[in-house]
Design a protein around this ligand. Structure first.
Ligand code: SAM
Length: 220
């Protein structure tokens, strides 16, 4: 199937099911103006994250990899007024754009952008979080997953983005560090009795990729 077909289908469903969203459009424009790479989740994927957060009744969300705050806004919109979303970003310029986008979205009161390598920020956080979205440097995915589990409770949903990598994840001998990091987190999760997990492969405006979903078991 042609990539063009995925994009048309994505556009169709986004038009049908998401509707106009000037706040998120403004965030994407601000990201482009600031020169941020367009590696945020797509609108349909953002809505999926939002629905997952509502499904688990999230009151506290942890995000690893903020960029300009596009997925942050989708997730934070699922929170109650007294909820909290902590998001980790290594690049101060990205964090600044994210703070502005989040404030414009009226979510400044619930979103806390922590600047620095996530691997330094995560040990300073206290759980539990109800949903964790892992979307930063892929080489560190396994370490991020370990922290996510430490910061979880039974019923926490952990989502890892970009696990399919155009299909390269299935190449046993691929030496790309992002592929290796993705295979490593899959292996860690496969051996982890405290979670039940699966993968959803996705196509659309962001090409061919996928999400790994891990639910912390009630008896964990
Ligand atoms: N979640 C965002 C969205 O969908 O709108 C996209 C995040 S983008 C794929 C990855 C982000 O992770 C980038 O902004 C990058 O600067 C950040 N990042 C990369 N390495 C990091 C690290 N070690 N610690 C924290 N953030 C990191």
């Amino acid at each position: 199937m042609e990539r063009q077909t995925w994009e048309r289908v994505d556009e169709y469903f986004t038009g049908q099911l998401l509707g106009p969203d000037p706040v998120l459009d403004a965030a994407q424009e601000a990201n482009a103006l600031a020169g941020l790479p367009a590696i945020d989740v797509s609108p349909a994927q953002g809505k999926l994250l939002h629905l997952l957060a509502r499904t688990v009744g999230a009151r506290r969300i942890l995000e690893i990899g903020t960029l300009g705050g596009y997925s942050t806004i989708w997730l934070a919109r699922a929170l109650p007024a007294d909820g909290e979303l902590v998001t980790c970003e290594i690049n101060p310029a990205h964090a600044e754009v994210a703070r502005e986008n989040v404030a414009r979205a009226g979510l400044g009161g619930v979103v806390d952008v922590r600047v620095g390598p996530a691997i330094d920020t995560l040990p300073t956080l206290d759980g539990p979080f109800d949903l964790v979205f892992i979307d930063a440097d892929k080489q560190s995915n396994a370490e991020y997953f370990r922290h996510a589990l430490r910061l979880s409770r039974p019923g926490t949903m952990i989502v890892v983005d970009n696990v399919v990598r155009g299909g390269r994840v299935a190449d046993t001998y691929n030496s790309d560090p992002d592929v290796r990091g993705t295979r490593e987190v899959a292996e860690v999760i496969a051996q982890e009795p405290r979670v039940d997990a699966t993968v959803v492969q996705t196509v659309g405006s962001k090409g061919y990729d996928g999400f790994l979903l891990a639910l912390v078991r009630q008896d964990a």
